[in-house]
Design a protein around this ligand. Structure first.
Ligand code: COA
Length: 141
């Protein structure tokens, strides 16, 4: 069963969130966009997966409608994987996106996350761009 996240299940959400985003809170998921959504997947009262999403009005690679439903985070507890729960959460996300009049959805993944890439492919996403992040540390004078 999928539930929206609110004050009653915020703790369930943050416990799962901290498995991949250490120290993050529900407030962190809401702070960078005016419209966001958070969902939890429950099995027999236990939260086993989460999805957090937003609506982006700024530039999103490969998109051109100016209002893009963005998959910010998706996580399923290891022992509950490969049972279709992430698929169900993304289907819920798609309904949410359409309710908000979005015509496109987008996502990003780490370059070495092959499982996530396979998952996104299965859900109908296509690669639009590959980016490498770089940095330079200034020498002290
Ligand atoms: C990626 C993740 C969310 C998938 O969750 P899941 O509930 O296992 O996914 P589903 O059961 O809905 O799988 C749907 C499809 O994705 C693909 N897939 C999922 N896990 C896979 C794996 N380990 N190997 C290959 N393909 C896989 C398959 O095509 C699968 O369909 P199938 O089972 O009919 O073959 C989960 O592995 C996870 O939480 N990983 C760690 C966090 C992460 O990487 N999140 C993604 C960043 S957005």
């Amino acid at each position: 069963m999928i539930k929206n996240v609110n004050h009653t299940n915020k703790k369930d959400f943050e416990t799962l969130l901290n498995n991949f985003w250490k120290g993050a809170s529900l407030a962190d998921c809401k702070k960078d966009a005016s419209t966001t959504g958070q969902f939890l997947y429950y099995i027999n009262g236990k939260a086993v997966g989460l999805l957090t999403c937003s609506i982006k009005k700024e530039y999103v690679p490969g998109c051109n409608t100016g209002k893009v439903a963005y998959l910010e985070g998706l996580y399923i507890l290891p022992e509950y994987r490969r049972q279709g729960f992430a698929t169900k959460l993304v289907e819920q996300f798609e309904k949410w996106a359409q309710k908000h009049s979005c015509k496109e959805m987008a996502s990003d993944i780490e370059i070495d996350n092959d499982i996530s890439l396979q998952f996104h492919n299965k859900m109908g996403f296509e690669i639009v761009e590959k980016t490498i992040h770089l940095k330079k540390i200034f020498k002290e004078n």
